[in-house]
Design a protein around this ligand. Structure first.
Ligand code: GLN
Length: 504
């Protein structure tokens, strides 16, 4: 009753601004579409798009990597355009429409439509993902202690989408055909858009997320106000990106055009950060150095974690004894564990903090990488329990996903907030972009591994002892690299701690 006298943007649910719950459901549905589609993507490429190629695994690994890298790199551009011209609301709308369109185009069975669809999702995600995350932050005033738990709730929404979607889209794909699975992903995205739109209609966001500068918003270029020009350019970017995605064949060694583009971007970003560090004060320089280190550790972690949609899905399809769920549906396991574990883990941090034993960031990161290492070690020894057809028990995959999800919770949410603490105010937005780039670069690692573990065959039933040896051998190497990286981070912990100064 009391609420009726309070303006909608001031109303609260569970102690949080009401707007958070609209963003929660909008992001839940967007991630539903993203992960529902991702669960089918590699299997669809291997079994349909590249079916006739003996090198279909290689091609699928290359396209998956290019798609993943571009889908996260586009967030840097989408974030900038929103900051300067469009504002968060408009960006989220534009992104959502492009993504929904992408998912529906994916429902058309045609190779050209396939690459165009992925490209629409790349551009759409660039506008949607960074801005909905920043919007959450904008709901709270600086220093509001509810902000961290607001992000925890939001991360939960991401993972509810990531849990339900592979189950449903996987089931639809298997029972009725791929395109029903992709179509449902599209409906998910439309639902997200409707939720967001209803939040705006009910005025739960107050004046948040409007264009930052009306003059720039209305300013005309080529006869069109920028607000419309950006929409036109976004649609025009899609075919260009589609061409990049379709150029999966190697042009230099085993590098394709997108691999080369990301090498150049990496060098430019590092050079630019070195330049900023050179001009910064000593304290800023130390902190920035740690911010870069954290981003690099995160890149390594995602590089192994994001294998779930490619090599691990193929391993599940070819070498894991599945009865209750199918290979596409195993993509739900990571999110399932995040949902189960995120509250216990955050209670653990609070408990340890009270006892003054909350580990500092480098130790959490070192442990996170160790968890990733152990998770791949479990997969690597699964071969020992294989039956005569080279099929391993499902429990190995389940334990693997449990362990890597613990690792994720030690790193991803922690890293996000440390980046903001460690970066000088004037470049926080830029460093956020670099943070998202860590996922983009991670997909280059995913692509590299996927190409190494590609099995040459056009046999739709490929599998058995032959692929088992390839996969477990690869997992063994990954385990060693992740464990090695984790140990190095732990050993360097005292030094990194010193560089971080007063940041915990
Ligand atoms: N699972 C998280 C999400 O979808 C993070 C993924 C990533 O950054 N690689 O938002």
């Amino acid at each position: 009753m009391e609420n009726q006298t309070v303006a909608p943007q001031e109303q609260e649910i569970l102690g949080h601004p009401k707007g958070l719950f609209y963003l929660f459901f909008a992001e839940l549905w967007e991630r539903f579409s993203f992960y529902g589609m991702r669960a089918l993507l590699t299997l669809y490429m291997v079994n349909v798009i590249f079916e006739a190629l003996a090198t279909r695994d290689f091609a699928a690994a290359a396209v998956y990597a290019s798609y993943g890298s571009l889908v996260y790199a586009s967030t840097v551009i989408g974030g900038r355009i929103s900051d300067k011209i469009l504002g968060m609301r408009q960006s989220i709308f534009l992104g959502g429409v492009l993504m929904a369109l992408g998912h529906f185009v994916l429902a058309i069975e045609n190779n050209m439509a396939f690459f165009l669809a992925l490209a629409l999702i790349v551009v759409g995600n660039g506008f949607f993902k960074p801005n909905i995350s920043t919007f959450v932050g904008a709901l709270y005033k600086d220093g509001d202690t509810r902000k961290d738990s607001g992000f925890t709730i939001f991360y939960m929404g991401i993972n509810i989408g990531g849990f339900v979607a592979p189950l449903l889209c996987g089931w639809l794909g298997r029972t009725y055909g791929w395109h029903y699975g992709f179509g449902l992903a599209g409906i998910g995205m439309l639902t997200g858009l409707i939720v967001f739109w209803s939040g705006i209609k009910k005025n739960v966001f107050g004046d948040k997320g409007l264009p930052p500068n009306m003059e720039a918003y209305e300013k005309k270029y080529l006869g069109l106000p920028q607000k419309h020009l950006i929409t036109v350019l976004a649609f025009l970017a899609a075919p260009v990106i589609a061409v990049l995605l379709a150029s999966y064949e190697s042009v230099y060694g085993d590098q394709n055009i997108v691999n080369i583009i990301f090498k150049v971007i990496g060098i430019v970003v590092l050079a630019y950060i070195a330049f900023i560090m050179f001009k910064a004060t000593l304290d800023e320089r130390k902190k920035l150095f740690v911010a870069v280190l954290i981003t690099v550790f995160m890149t390594i972690f995602w590089g192994f974690h994001e294998l779930s949609g490619s090599v691990i899905t193929l391993f599940a399809a070819r070498n894991v004894n599945l009865s209750v769920i199918d290979a596409a549906q195993t993509n739900a396991l990571n999110s399932m564990f995040i949902i189960i574990l995120s509250i216990p883990v955050s209670i653990m941090w609070t408990y340890l903090a009270k006892k003054k034993k909350n580990p500092r960031t480098p130790y959490k990161f070192g442990l996170g990488l160790l968890f990733a290492g152990i998770s791949f070690y479990i997969l690597s020894i699964s071969g020992g329990s294989a039956d005569e057809n080279g099929m391993v028990p499902f429990s190995y995959l389940l334990i693997m996903y449990f362990l890597i999800s613990v690792g994720e919770l030690f790193m991803s949410p922690v890293g996000l907030s440390k980046i903001t603490d460690l970066s000088p105010k004037r470049i926080v937005a830029f460093m956020m972009g670099v943070w998202f780039l860590s996922s983009a670069f991670a997909f280059q690692i995913v692509g590299f591994i996927g190409k190494q573990l590609a099995v040459e065959s056009t046999d739709s039933d490929v599998g058995g002892l032959e692929t088992l040896a390839i996969y477990t051998g690869g997992f063994d190497l990954i385990a060693k690299y992740a464990l090695g990286a984790g140990l190095i981070v732990l050993l360097a912990g005292p030094l990194i701690k010193k560089l971080m100064g007063n940041v915990h």
